[in-house]
Design a protein around this ligand. Sequence first.
Ligand code: NAP
Length: 393
Amino acid sequence: MEKKIINLGIFGFGCVGQGLYEVLSKTKGINARVRKICIKHPDKQRPIDSSYFTTDQHEILDDPSIDVVVELINDTEAAFQIVSTALRNGKAVVSASKRMIAENLRSLYDLQQLHRMPLLYEGACCASIPVIRNLEEYYDNDLLNGVEGICNGSTNYILSKIFEEHQDFSSALSRAQELGFAESDPSLDIEGFDPKFKICILLLHAFGTFVKPAEVMNFGISRLNDFDISFARQRGCTIKLIAKCRKQNGNVVTYVLPHLVPRSHLLSDVQNEYNGILVESTFAENQFFVGKGAGGTATGSAVLSDISALTYNYRYEYKKIGQSNPLSLTQNLQLKIYLRYTEAGQVDLEDFDSLSEKYESSENRYVVGLINLSRLREASWLKNPGVNILVMD
Ligand SMILES: NC(=O)c1ccc[n+]([C@@H]2O[C@H](COP(=O)([O-])OP(=O)(O)OC[C@H]3O[C@@H](n4cnc5c(N)ncnc54)[C@H](OP(=O)(O)O)[C@@H]3O)[C@@H](O)[C@H]2O)c1
C-alpha cells in the first residue's frame, strides 16, 4: 500500500505533546513532519525552536497543507471544539483526550460518518497498549464476553508504592505527579473518573454500545486507610482499581471500583504505571495485555502509531454499532463487597441482600456482604468520607 507524507498540526506541548515529539524525532521511516504546534501560554519556555509555536488555532485548523491534527491538550471543551472543527475542515485527527472522547462519543462518531474523516485515539485508553485496535479488528462481537482491568497508570503507581514499598498515599501521589502519570486534576485519577472515561470508550469498541460516563458508577482509592490495607494483606490480596464491562443476559454492565485482588491473579502483578487489560471471549478464554499506561513517551508512541496508521488510510469502522442484538446498559449486578465504616448508623446495612461477615471495634467496623450495583450506586451513605468499599470477587 502506498504511504503518503503527513503534515502534522499539534495542539498541546505538555507531557504527551513533548513525548510525541521525542518519539517522532527518534523514529525512522515514518513519513510525518510537524508543521505547527498550538499551545496556550506563549511565554512558557519550550525545549524546541520557537518558530514551531502559535497560540492561534486557525494557523493549524485553516491551513490546507496540514492534513492531520493531533489533539493533546488538557482542556475538555476546547479539545472537543478543536477536534470537531478539524473533522469538519476535512482533516484526519488523532487525540489522546479520554474525557473529551468519552463525553462526546456519539457526536464524534456522527462527525466521522458525516465528514468521512478518521479520528483515532489509541493513546486515550491504556496509553501504550493497542487495545482499541484489537477490539475493533480482532474480536468478533459474538465471542467477546468482557473487558476489564487496570487502566489508570497513576492510581496503579500509588497502589503499587503502598503495597510493595509501604509508602503513604500522599507521597506516592506526589511522585506520580512529578513523573507525569497523573492528570492535571489528580482527583480524576484517584476518584476513578479517568478509568471510567476509558471503559466507556472500550465498551463502544467491544460491544457497540454508547454509554455516557454519567451512567457509570465510579469509586476510587482516595478513602483507602491503614485498616483497609491490613484487611487486604491479611487475606493475601493487593488492591487494584478495576474498570470493567461485561455482557450479562443480553445487556452490558460496567463500573469502576477498587477490588481486592489475590496475589495469584494476573492483575496483581501489574505494577507502577503499567496497565493490564483482560479480554475474555468464549473460545479463546482470557487474553492479557500489559504495557505502560501513562507517561509522555508511552502515550506518544500510541499517538505515533495512530499517525502511522493514517498513512495507510486506517480508520475505526465501529463494526459492532447497529448489530442485530444491540446491548443496553444494565446496573443489575450482584457484587460481594467489603464495607468499612466507623460508627453504627453511618451506613444502611438494609441495602445489602445478605451479610457474611461483621466486625466491630472501638475505631473501625466492617461488613462483607452481597449488594446490587444499582443499590450501591444510589446509596447516600457512600458519600460519607468515613466509609470505604472494596469489591471481593
Ligand atoms: N500524561 C499522560 O500520561 C496521559 C496519558 C494518556 C492521555 N493523556 C491525555 O492527553 C492530554 C494531554 O495530557 P498532558 O499530560 O500532556 O497534559 P499537560 O502536560 O498538562 O499539557 C497540556 C498542554 O495543553 C496545552 N493547552 C491547554 N489548553 C489549550 C488550548 N486551548 N489550546 C492549545 N493548547 C492548549 C498546554 O499549553 P501550555 O504548554 O501553553 O500550557 C499544554 O501544552 C489530556 O487530555 C490527557 O488526559 C495523558
